[in-house]
Design a protein around this ligand. Structure first.
Ligand code: GUN
Length: 283
């Protein structure tokens, strides 16, 4: 078997085309969506993610503001900056690129962002609402993954989803979203015993561990759907996922590539959330 490739790039392009019109319509009535991105320090990966987000905003006509702060910015300065953006009526979404320098509390920063502008979906209020299935901003990578699975009409109800990884940004919430879609969800992580026996049971296997080529064909049930969230740069400069793509493709029914898989969908759902934010605002 050779799997069908779920192209995040293609799905993202389609969704962004639709969003362009929506943004134009909102702009015409004086409600141009605005996204503020705060980047602290010089992490090259963060810089390239932020650049991609800005480019995507420009392409669909979103107002975007990049605030670059030096590595030695204090927590108080950052919180003050976020406070000002919370009050800024031209800004509907605020994103602070993670990770942050060690001297700044990530949680304090996340909690300072108004839940009304939390387009990352990381605020405890957003996470709590997601858990009980209330309408809220959904975290972008997990949201994009669910959209990719649905785009191929892959059944989720009653299926066994195994998530490898338990980060607050991807692993935990993607399991929760798929549980909300009535999947049976199992989490594996660095302390899991007999991981292979568990992943082998997955109808849908989501891998988000951040380790290049961690999952080979021996971890995958024949015909499973494989979602690879990893983006790892090898010493050769090549970008690879957490899954050994060439061999996984031979045993799975659907697979996401790296690059061109989950990554473009993450940014697309950020745009979606920012547009939603405008629509939810009373004024
Ligand atoms: N760093 C890696 N992924 C993300 C993300 O989705 N949002 C933010 N704010 N930082 C990140």
């Amino acid at each position: 078997m050779s799997a069908v490739v779920i192209s995040g790039k293609e799905l993202a392009a389609k969704k962004r085309e639709e969003m362009k019109q929506e943004v134009a319509d909102l702009t015409a009535i004086g409600k141009q969506p605005g996204l503020a991105v705060i980047l602290i320090g010089d992490n090259p990966a963060s810089r390239s993610y932020v650049k991609a987000k800005q480019k995507a905003c420009e392409e669909i006509g979103l107002h975007s503001v990049l605030i670059e702060l030096p590595e030695d910015t204090t927590e108080a300065e950052l919180l003050q900056q976020i406070g000002a953006l919370n009050e800024d009526n031209s800004i509907h979404g605020i994103l602070v690129q993670l990770p942050l320098p060690n001297h700044i509390s990530e949680q304090a920063v996340i909690e300072k962002i108004s839940p009304d502008k939390d387009v990352d979906g990381f605020h405890p209020i957003s996470i709590g609402k997601m858990m009980i299935g209330e309408e809220t901003f959904l975290p972008c990578t997990p949201f994009g993954i669910v959209e990719m699975i649905k785009s191929k009409q892959i059944p989720i109800v009653g299926k066994h989803v195994v998530v490898v990884g338990r980060s607050n940004i991807v692993g935990k919430p993607v399991g929760q979203l798929l549980l909300n879609e009535h999947a049976t969800v199992t989490y594996c992580h660095s302390k899991t015993e007999n991981m292979k026996e568990i992943t082998k049971q997955a109808d849908i296997l989501v891998v988000a561990v951040g380790r290049a080529n961690f999952i080979g064909a021996e971890f995958i049930k024949d015909g499973a759907v494989v979602i690879d969230v990893g983006v790892n740069r090898l010493d050769t400069g090549k970008l690879v996922g957490d899954v050994k793509y060439d061999e996984a493709k031979e045993v799975s029914s659907y697979i996401t590539p790296v690059p061109g898989g989950v990554g473009p969908m993450t940014i697309t759902m950020l745009l979606h959330n920012t547009i939603e934010s405008v629509k939810r605002m009373k004024v």
